[in-house]
Design a protein around this ligand. Structure first.
Ligand code: NAI
Ligand code: UGA
Length: 672
């Protein structure tokens, strides 16, 4: 374990690594310059002593490296960027470290305001519960430390309120565990400079999209936002603060940050770390709670190693230490780009084979299963579909392509470019197939898009295959394109389509696109349904456990009663697992009576009024229900077509309902 001490050799009266004051300090000189230099010397000296324990490979061995500064050295963390990464990452960090203050800042006041309400801007299974505990604090509670018996599952007999009843009935009273209440330690603010100035660690989690113009347009990464934050950090950060790249960045971006810091504070030393995020949309909370690895890249100096160890000490509250790996900073930056590119490459590989399947009679699911059983290939990320969407895969591959080109490695660039080319091919041929099956014309026809986000269980719509398909379908002038997604707010989707494809495409302006909050209304009298995401709701296979609460999706670890706990003070993850289990089994949103009241919305709150808003979807567990395909099929126009872009349907069952199904990588009705 990391030592509890927060100081670097405190007996020598030296400063905390990350809390060097900006105001005069008695133990050091009044000059901030000298303070910082002395601090750095101290860190390097302290770290060098531990450095001797390193293995000879040059890379840090996480199990040998003893950090000097423990968790107590870090008090305030600032996360710049309240988006899909910043919000959930900060929430989990705060949840797992109740004694730290984590403040998320963003230049978008609307986004910050949303994070403070019950209508948070991001839908992720399990996010809101963690957020509530960290942001709003929690109540003290207690529960019996023994697993529920099957016959008591529908009662509250395993939580504190009935403990006395248990005592009187069974005569023996099992150990009771008390969980203390928490005060809020997750905050959201637009005061960026102030929050940065107070932080010991600054996480940069801003967007890094593809450049739209100028040098490298269409491939290079646009680091404008990152550069702006680096400047803010350089101006406001306190000496010794650790700056962390959470955003995905081109290899050697840390140089830009370091350079910016040096320009603005030439006499101070800051450590810049790379700590890329590997969470995926829809499973973000599970990925953050149980990461495969936490990667920390640092400069290969004692101060760099010390900074890495300090950041590691934040993660170690919940991540097993062997999963925290440290590398040099360039390896870490590059690893993130490579991880995404390799994942995307697998999808393009299987999709390219799906095109062959459709022409030969081979079945892509059978091929994927057959090859996936080879452990060298593995069975993950082999689902053929409409190609990868989302904000990152494409931009990260393009960034790799640009990097290779910039290094004069044209063959390497071409190789990775092909992954994107196949992705575009896959999307385009799906639309072609729809139009072809509908006799080459969409005029006077209604098409229904099921799934607008780029994948299931998220409201993230960036680079969504659905948008591309809508764009393609509009060319053939259908009478209506009805859109439905169980995780997205209809008005937001409508606004986005209007913004990206032009307002004139919306029904209210005479165009074909209408967005629905109800799947049945969206499908009513359609000539064809296009399934764009793999939402469980769209499947026609039997549900193994009906009416599951979304929190069950957190992890299989949470499916069984985690009690008895071995310690009297269970960890945040353990309590969460129990909460999740009880929520499911006693069908109560707050069986542990853990949560504080939800923040009140202002009268007339638009989000409250919105039908099918994210909060409601989550509460109802709506996305776990299955569509009644018999009902949908009954109301379809003949011939009844379903284009299954994610292979979620059992084709035989659909055919029994009189529906013609075209799946990806399968010879469909039209090809027989
Ligand atoms: N979305 C995902 O699932 C993942 C994203 N990443 C990476 O994380 C980074 C962030 O991605 P997302 O969270 O998806 O982006 P996002 O667009 O959802 O959030 C970025 C936030 O940064 C804010 N921002 C931009 N410039 C700012 C500035 N100068 N000062 C303060 N705030 C500023 C924006 O207002 C926005 O709210 C990207 O580099 C991305 O590649 C990494 C892993 C997963
Ligand atoms: O850097 C990022 O942004 C993240 O990108 C991906 O996560 P994400 O894009 O959220 O979701 P994925 O599950 O990877 O799916 C990406 C796309 O590929 C598609 N996909 C995925 C898997 C598959 O087998 N087939 C397939 O078509 C999905 O439908 C989706 O459109 C990575 O999985 C994360 O590790 C990474 O942190």
């Amino acid at each position: 374990m990391f030592p509890p001490s927060s100081t670097v050799d405190s007996e020598e009266g030296l400063l905390d690594v990350s809390t060097a004051p900006t105001t005069p300090d008695g133990s050091l000189t009044f000059s901030p310059v000298l303070q910082a230099l002395k601090l750095r010397d101290a860190l390097e000296e302290a770290s060098e002593r531990r450095h001797n324990t390193r293995n000879g490979s040059g890379a840090l061995d996480a199990t040998l490296y003893e950090p000097v500064v423990g968790i107590g050295g870090v008090k305030n963390i600032c996360c710049v960027g309240a988006g899909y990464v910043g919000g959930p990452t900060a929430a989990v960090m705060a949840f797992q470290n109740p004694h730290l203050n984590v403040t998320v800042v963003d230049r978008d006041p609307g986004r910050i305001a949303q994070w403070k309400t019950k209508h948070v801007p991001i839908y992720e299974p399990g996010l809101y519960e963690i957020l509530r505990i960290a942001r709003d604090g929690s109540r003290a509670s207690s529960f019996i430390n023994e697993p529920s018996r099957a016959d008591s599952l529908d009662s509250m007999s395993n939580v504190s309120s009935s403990s006395s009843e248990c005592e009187s009935q069974c005569g023996e009273h099992a150990d009771e565990i008390y969980i203390s209440g928490r005060v809020p330690n997750l905050f959201f603010s637009t005061d960026i400079s102030k929050t940065i100035s107070e932080a010991d660690i600054v996480l940069i989690a801003v967007n890094t999209p593809t450049k739209l113009r100028g040098l490298g347009a269409g491939r290079a990464t646009d680091v404008t936002a990152l550069e702006a934050v680096a400047r803010e950090v350089a101006i406001h950060a306190k000496p010794g603060a650790i700056v962390v790249e959470k955003s995905t960045v081109p290899c050697r971006t840390a140089d830009i940050i370091q350079d910016t810091l040096k320009i603005h504070r030439p006499n101070l030393a800051f450590e810049v770390l790379s700590n890329p995020e590997f969470l995926a949309a829809g499973t973000a909370i599970n990925d953050l709670l149980h990461p495969d690895r936490v990667l920390i890249g640092s400069s290969n100096t004692p101060a760099g190693h010390l900074a890495a160890a300090t950041l590691a000490s934040v993660y170690v509250s919940w991540v097993p230490r062997h999963k925290i790996i440290t590398t040099n900073i360039w390896s870490s930056e590059l690893s993130k780009l490579v991880a995404n590119s390799m994942l995307a490459q697998r999808i393009s590989s299987i999709n390219s084979i799906s095109a062959i399947c459709e022409k030969t009679g081979a079945d892509i699911d059978e091929v994927a299963k057959s090859i996936g059983l080879d452990p060298r290939i593995g069975n993950k990320f082999l689902r053929a579909g409409l190609g990868f969407g989302g904000s990152c895969f494409k931009k990260d591959i393009l960034s790799l392509v640009y990097l290779a080109e910039s290094l004069g490695l044209d063959e390497v660039a071409e190789y990775w470019q092909q992954v994107v080319t196949i992705n575009e091919f896959q999307r385009a041929r799906f639309v072609r197939r729809v139009v072809k099956c509908l006799n080459g014309t969409l005029v006077g026809k209604k098409l229904t898009i099921l799934g607008y986000a780029f994948k299931k269980d998220t409201n993230d719509t960036r680079e969504s295959p659905a948008l591309d398909s809508i764009k393609g379908l509009i060319e053939d002038a259908p009478s209506e394109i009805a859109v439905y997604d169980p995780c997205c707010i209809p008005s937001v989707v409508k606004q986005e389509i209007g913004r990206l494809l032009g307002k004139e495409v919306l029904k209210e302006n005479g165009g074909p696109v209408e967005v629905y909050a109800d799947a049945y209304r969206a499908c009513h009298k359609a000539h064809a349904i296009l399934i764009m995401t793999e939402c469980d709701e769209f499947k026609n296979t039997r549900i193994s456990s009906p009416n599951l609460h979304p929190t069950q999706k957190l992890s299989s670890r949470m499916k069984s009663d985690p009690r008895p706990f071995q310690r009297l003070e269970p960890t945040g993850s353990e309590i969460l697992a129990l909460h999740s289990y009880l929520t499911r089994t006693v069908s109560m949103a707050d069986a542990l009576q853990w949560f504080e009241e939800n923040p009140e919305c202002k009268p007339g709150c638009k989000a409250c009024a919105e039908e099918g808003n994210v909060g409601l979807v989550v509460d109802k567990g709506k996305e776990n229900e299955r569509l009644d395909w018999a009902r949908i099929a009954y109301h379809l126009q003949r011939p009844k077509w379903v284009f299954d872009g994610r292979n979620v349907l059992d084709i035989a069952e659909m055919e029994a309902l009189g529906v013609r199904v075209e799946g990806i990588g399968k010879v469909g009705f039209a090809g027989r």
